[in-house]
Design a protein around this ligand. Structure first.
Ligand SMILES: *[C@@H]1O[C@H](CO)[C@@H](O)[C@H](O)[C@H]1NC(C)=O
Ligand SMILES: *[C@@H]1O[C@H](CO)[C@@H](O)[C@H](O)[C@H]1NC(C)=O
Ligand SMILES: *[C@@H]1O[C@H](CO)[C@@H](O)[C@H](O)[C@H]1NC(C)=O
Ligand SMILES: *[C@@H]1O[C@H](CO)[C@@H](O)[C@H](O)[C@H]1NC(C)=O
Length: 187
């Protein structure tokens, strides 16, 4: 009995020491962004008839699906590769300032949810360089936060958070994402 209590006390003490070491060891960091951008990108999915206009294609589907229609239920198992124009406003026909290139894959069988891994490629008078993104995209949430995991060129070593908002969609053929980028590490 006595021994048990001592063990518990020791464990508690150790935990407290650990917590205080962690708290004091961490440098306080600013939560305000050092750089902010807003972009839009436009995705037109290939549906079997719109090859000319399509900017994305289903490249993998589950056994029960196919590559011209999203799988049922909830697109689960579909892997889509995209090469989408990036614009500064929400107009599909505005001159693109770059390309959003990468993949999204649907990874939940019980609701709409995707995982994103892509880059923004800029090579214009506005920006030259890349920004790289990764993260979970629970589509039914009005906004979704993903990570900005790095950058090159004008975005050298950038890190931060990108907040995604589905700005418009037409069935599963077209969607437009508003991307609010806040960088917390800038060089
Ligand atoms: C291509 O898709 C966009 C977005 O849905 C639409 O505005 C445009 O009219 C389409 N163009 C053609 C030729 O289908
Ligand atoms: C693909 O699947 C959709 C929906 O299940 C179906 O309507 C369509 O006919 C299929 N297309 C092909 C080419 O098998
Ligand atoms: C960027 O644009 C410049 C000038 O148009 C061109 O020389 C260069 O090859 C482009 N770079 C990439 C990676 O597309
Ligand atoms: C869901 O949306 C809310 C507000 O719109 C936001 O605070 C929250 O971080 C979002 N969740 C995820 C997982 O992105």
């Amino acid at each position: 009995m006595q021994l048990m209590a001592t063990k518990t006390q020791l464990a508690t003490l150790f935990l407290l020491l650990l917590i205080s070491a962690t708290v004091h060891g961490r440098k306080p960091r600013s939560r305000s962004p050092c750089q902010q951008y807003v972009f839009y990108f436009h995705d037109v999915l290939f549906k079997g008839y719109n090859y000319k206009n399509a900017t994305s294609a289903i490249v993998g589907s589950p056994q029960w699906g196919n590559k011209t229609a999203m799988a049922v239920p909830y697109n689960f198992g579909d892997v889509v590769v995209f090469d989408d124009p990036i614009t500064l406003d929400n107009n599909f026909h505005s001159p693109p300032v770059g390309r959003a290139q990468g993949i999204y894959l649907y990874d939940q069988k019980s609701t709409y949810s995707a995982w994103l891994g892509f880059s923004f490629l800029f090579n214009s008078s506005d920006y030259v360089g890349t920004l790289n993104f990764a993260g979970a995209d629970p589509l039914l949430n009005k906004t979704r936060d993903i990570s900005v995991i790095g950058g090159t060129g004008d975005f050298f070593m950038a890190r931060g958070i990108a907040t995604l908002l589905t700005d418009a969609f037409e069935g599963d053929v077209y969607f437009r994402l508003r991307v609010d980028i806040k960088l917390y590490e800038c060089w």
